[in-house]
Ligand binder design. Structure first.
Ligand code: NAP
Length: 252
């Protein structure tokens, strides 16, 4: 059966959990061969088994998405993967982490990691992917931003600032590469239930109270479905920004 992304090969970073994990599964179901990256290899092995059991193709490349040399080798590994056709059509720049609080209240020891992962690591991957895709005259780079990268909140001002930065880089890159047939799409989720909240250090009670009025929150599959949708559009159509919120989320 011909599926929307048959014959394509995708890299997904941060694929051991949440949005990345589910996006990798969804891309594989849509026909893409997927190269999955994150630090926790055992999680990636489980993901690859799931994809293989459904008739898909997966390559595990464990690594750190904030380390420049590992980003370069991620692309190289993908380009040497025979089953993936030794090429890359799609790169989902997803690895990232949150941090509770703003300038006054966030944990300062996490500041550097936030920017090294959410901004610099992401930018390096965008660069190596874009250089390769410009040469090939086509491809897709999907970048995970956030609604707090547009509407900063005092509860996540520090993390939000990293998402403002990556949103700016995504739009700047789009303008640099669009004439070469490369699409750049910034996906800005609202609240998605995943490991994100624990890693960010959200206070269970305050977070619960804050989101209670929003009703049903998103699950990672809601974002994955949006990503597969925009990647499945004809090559001349670039959904370059999309915000996906729980229907009841009024802010941020
Ligand atoms: N959940 C939300 O409400 C929400 C809202 C807006 C935007 N986002 C964005 O969506 C993306 C995914 O978030 P999520 O909700 O899926 O969070 P998650 O469940 O915590 O998943 C984060 C993923 O990133 C990986 N990761 C973290 N540090 C890494 C590193 N140094 N190198 C490689 N991988 C690393 C983690 O894997 P390892 O720990 O195994 O490395 C994990 O697979 C992030 O960019 C996040 O900022 C999330």
């Amino acid at each position: 059966m011909n599926k929307a992304l048959s014959g394509k090969t995708a890299i997904v970073t941060g694929a051991s959990s949440g949005i990345g994990y589910t996006t990798a599964v969804s891309l594989a179901r849509a026909g893409a061969a997927v190269v999955v990256q994150a630090r926790r290899k055992e999680r990636l092995d489980k993901l690859a088994s799931e994809i293989l059991s459904q008739g898909g193709k997966a390559l595990v490349v464990a690594g750190d998405a904030s380390r420049r040399e590992e980003i370069g080798s991620l692309l190289e590994r993908a380009l040497h993967w025979d089953e993936g056709g030794s090429k890359v059509d799609i790169v989902v720049v997803n690895a990232g982490r949150g941090l509770a609080g703003g300038v006054l209240s966030s944990n300062e020891s996490a500041w550097r990691e936030i920017f090294e992962l959410n901004v610099l690591g992401a930018a390096h991957l965008m660069r190596v992917a874009a250089e390769y895709m410009v040469e090939r005259k086509g491809g897709d780079i999907v970048v995970l931003g956030s609604v707090v990268g547009r509407n900063v909140s005092p509860f996540s001002g520090f993390y939000g600032s990293s998402k403002f930065a990556i949103g700016g880089l995504a739009e700047g890159l789009r303008r640099e590469v669009c004439a070469h047939g490369v699409r750049v799409s910034l996906v800005m989720p609202g609240i998605v239930l995943s490991e994100f909240q624990d890693v960010a250090g959200y206070d269970e009670e305050n977070f619960g109270k804050g989101v209670a009025p929003f009703g049903k929150l998103l699950d990672p599959g809601d974002i994955a479905a949006g990503i597969v949708w925009l990647l499945s559009l004809p090559a001349h159509v670039n959904v370059n920004e999309v915000t996906i919120r729980p229907t009841g989320q009024n802010y941020p």
